[in-house]
Design a protein around this ligand. Structure first.
Ligand code: NDP
Length: 513
């Protein structure tokens, strides 16, 4: 595997700041060198075909499952998340591999297409999916194994070689993924370029397709750079996801679901519930139950597995941003019914319920990415929809009600890429559905059945003769009067019977001559 020559950086625990590892700091030159090596290896990988590549993926799946406990140790250490959450990522990657490996042959198969009219009627036509040679994946720190895996695995299956730049905050799980790839003996088509922003910038400058997951501000920079090079990109960005709780909701489920949807991974998820709109008639009882549940959650340092529900934030900067949103809201008249301050242990922040917030506050307008649940009272569903749509973000939303047909119609009024009814996160685990944000939450989409693999490919059109061919086509150079007249006659004869016959079908309105 290509690797940098000199410098390293430290990876530290967010819980107690202890040194976990020193890892290579890829310079831009190292990134260029890594991509040259990947480019050399990619054609043989592509030549294996979808089924051959799927075999390697299934070996990686088995390795991930064999190493699941160790992987949970690593990602818990570098991210500070609770054990119960850390242990989900490896099995989730195994499920993702199963789905795409099982369908790779079907999704990437050549497609025979019919002709489009007279001029293509003599051709046999095939659409072929050919991978971008090198895909660059840039990932954030909130799910250190799953975030890289969600993009690396489909890109490899599509036939691309992959350069992965994980966040400098949590690079160790990505390095484990690379270790797994090596240990199963797979071809050298995956390189992890650990490093900081310059490594990410260098990646965008040399790969053939950029898959970025991270903040909207960095996504914008990445997109500009990719556009300059005219390379395609797909962006999974930030969110400010609303929950709408209607008067007829099953309150027990809504309270538990909103709590989990907002506080899973300490709220550090793109699809975290970050604003809750509750219909007036149930607002007070919803808030009372929510506060009781959140207040009873266990938080702090997890000295024994499963001892806490909400653990550390990944970085001190993230904790400070959350605290700024809470203190500013409180200064402007909001009330924290529980929580509202750091735990004092590492980067921990106490799960917080905020009421009396208004729509101008940062805790409603900006992505908080932390364990806060701001609740807003609304008169009815219409007001909830209007406020939910009043955001620059458009990632996903949840609706809580017993009236499923009504929820379906409300979903269609929300300007977001996904809506979960009476659940949170559900769309993320449905690989047959697209996962992509609207507005400033993204561009392009992950997953969505065949699209999940085909997005890493270019469509190639191949035409071949359907019938025995002449020495030359009548319309070719050099022109001769005889062939030109023959072509014209033939064309008009067919056109009279074929093209004109179709005119009414295409709704042409001018009167026949
Ligand atoms: P950042 O945007 O800060 O970083 C994302 C990645 O980009 C990191 O690997 C980072 O490296 C790298 N990077 C930073 N600057 C550049 C640059 N100029 N060019 C190329 N790469 C660069 O996001 P966070 O890591 O802070 O992640 C949190 C954000 O990710 C939130 O906004 C969250 O909503 C979003 N997110 C979106 C998801 C989705 O699917 N929509 C899923 C998960 C998170 P380094 O960390 O080393 O600086």
């Amino acid at each position: 595997m290509a690797g940098p020559t000199t410098s390293t950086f430290e990876v530290r625990s967010p819980v107690d700041d202890r040194l976990l590892a020193e890892v290579a700091d890829f310079s831009p030159a190292d990134v260029v060198e890594a991509v040259i090596t990947l480019r050399d290896a990619q054609p043989a990988w592509e030549a294996l075909g979808p089924k051959g590549r799927a075999r390697w993926m299934r070996r990686l799946r088995d390795w991930l499952l064999d190493e699941a406990d160790h992987l949970a140790d690593v990602l818990q250490a570098e991210s500070g998340k609770p054990r119960a959450e850390a242990q989900l990522e490896a099995p989730w990657m195994a499920e993702l591999i199963n789905y795409f490996a099982d369908h790779a042959g079907e999704f990437l198969a050549d497609e025979r297409v019919g002709h489009s009219g007279l001029l293509s009627a003599t051709k046999r036509m095939v659409k072929v999916y050919r991978p971008y040679p090198v895909v660059g994946v840039i990932s954030p720190w909130n799910y250190p194994l799953a975030m890289p895996g969600m993009d690396v695995i489909p890109a490899l299956l599509a036939g691309s070689a992959v350069l992965l730049k994980p966040s400098e905050v949590t690079p160790l799980s990505a390095l484990e993924l690379a270790r797994g790839w090596r240990e199963i003996g797979a071809p050298p088509v995956l390189t992890v370029a650990t490093g900081s922003a310059p490594a990410g910038q260098a990646l965008v400058d040399v790969v053939d397709f950029v898959q970025f997951t991270g903040s909207t501000s960095t996504g914008r920079l990445v997109a500009h750079r990719a556009v300059d090079r005219l390379v395609p990109y797909s962006l999974e960005l930030g969110g400010k996801d609303p929950a709408i709780v209607l008067a007829d909701a099953d309150l027990d489920r809504a309270v538990a679901g909103v709590t989990w949807g907002a506080l899973f991974n300490s709220g550090q998820a793109c699809v975290s519930i970050e604003r809750v709109y509750v219909e007036d008639s149930i607002h007070d009882s919803f808030v009372a139950r929510l506060t009781t549940l959140v207040d009873g959650l266990r938080h702090g340092e997890e000295t024994t597995p499963y001892a806490v529900d909400v653990a550390a934030m990944a970085t001190p900067q993230q904790r400070d941003l959350v605290h700024r949103h809470v203190t500013e809201a409180v200064a402007d008249g909001a009330r924290a019914l529980t929580g509202g301050s750091p735990t004092g242990i590492g980067t921990g922040y106490r799960p917080t319920v905020l009421v009396d917030v208004d729509h101008s506050m940062a805790c409603i307008r900006e992505e908080t990415f932390g364990p806060t649940i701001p609740v807003i009272r609304v008169a009815d569903a219409d007001e909830a929809v209007r406020l939910a749509n009043d955001s620059t973000y458009g990632l996903s939303a949840t609706i809580w009600t017993r009236d499923l047909p009504r929820a379906q119609s409300i979903a269609r009024r929300l300007d977001v890429g996904a809506v979960n009814i009476n659940d949170a996160y559900a769309n993320l685990f449905a690989l047959t559905l697209p996962h992509g944000g609207w507005k400033t939450s993204g561009s392009g989409a992950r997953f969505g059945g065949a699209h999940g693999l085909r997005k890493y490919t270019r469509q190639q059109a191949i035409t071949a003769p359907r019938f025995p061919t002449l020495e030359r086509e009548p319309a070719w150079f050099p022109y001769s009067r005889g062939r030109a007249l023959l072509t014209r006659r033939l064309f008009h004869a067919v056109a009279a019977r074929d093209l004109r016959r179709r005119i009414p079908r295409f709704g042409r309105t001018d009167p026949p001559r």
